[in-house]
Design a protein around this ligand. Structure first.
Ligand code: SIN
Ligand code: FE2
Length: 216
């Protein structure tokens, strides 16, 4: 677990450099959370969380939804971005302004100006849920970073290197933390260790993660 090497930024955010191109902005989302959760509630009514199947037909332990012009989906045919939610047959809910502004500000703070994500994957973890090490590589624009916002229960984020076999570093992410990775770290392997049990005052027995991408 790494707790050191933080730079203080204006506005009380601390920035930890994970690797070249990857930073953890501690508490960066805190001031936006009230508005984020109000919008999230509406998104989840329109596009409920669901457990997708991997191409190997395993049900994922993380439940997912999306907002934006396209959403990340997985089924027996593979992973892809789709404009229509396969569960509802409708377009994904629009990305709310408060979602977009947070991602753009975080990206800028991490050195990626003018980030314009068109997709936001919304992950819901309950205790025991995990995300295996993977690369985000279904996006066409490799110059855009990934921005990831953590809400609710704390999680251990695994951040590795370019090869699956590179041993990942472990970072504890809490409510309000934002991680941005791009540039030299854009295709680094990453994942989430099985969520420990607990109860969060706002989100209960859950962790919600927003992952923004520019897909085209
Ligand atoms: C992801 O890699 O899509 C999500 C990472 C996280 O939940 O922190
Ligand atoms: Fe990912």
């Amino acid at each position: 677990m790494n707790y050191d090497l933080f730079d203080d930024l204006p506005g009380h955010t601390q920035r930890l450099c994970l690797q070249e191109g990857a930073v953890l902005l501690r508490g960066f989302a805190i001031s936006a959370i009230g508005n984020l959760l109000a919008e999230l509630e509406k998104i989840i009514i329109a596009a409920p969380f669901r457990h997708m199947l991997t191409p190997g037909a395993h049900q994922m332990s993380v439940a997912m939804s999306n907002c934006g012009q396209v959403g990340w989906v997985s089924d027996r045919n593979g992973y892809r971005y789709a404009a229509i939610d396969p569960e509802t047959g409708r377009a994904w809910p629009e990305m709310p302004a408060v979602f977009l502004e947070l991602a753009q500000n975080a990206a800028a703070q991490a050195g990626f100006a003018k980030f314009l994500p068109d997709a936001c994957l919304i992950n819901c973890y309950v205790p025991g849920a995990k995300l295996s090490l993977h690369q985000d590589k279904d996006e066409r624009d490799a110059s855009a970073p990934i921005v990831s916002v953590s809400l609710g229960l704390p999680a251990v984020f695994l951040f590795g290197g370019q090869k699956r076999t590179d041993r990942p570093q472990r970072y504890r992410l809490v409510h309000g933390d934002v991680v941005v990775w791009g540039g030299a770290a854009r295709f680094n392997f990453h994942g989430v260790a099985p969520l420990a049990d607990g109860t969060h005052p706002l989100l209960g027995r859950r962790r919600i993660n927003l992952t923004y991408r520019k897909t085209v």
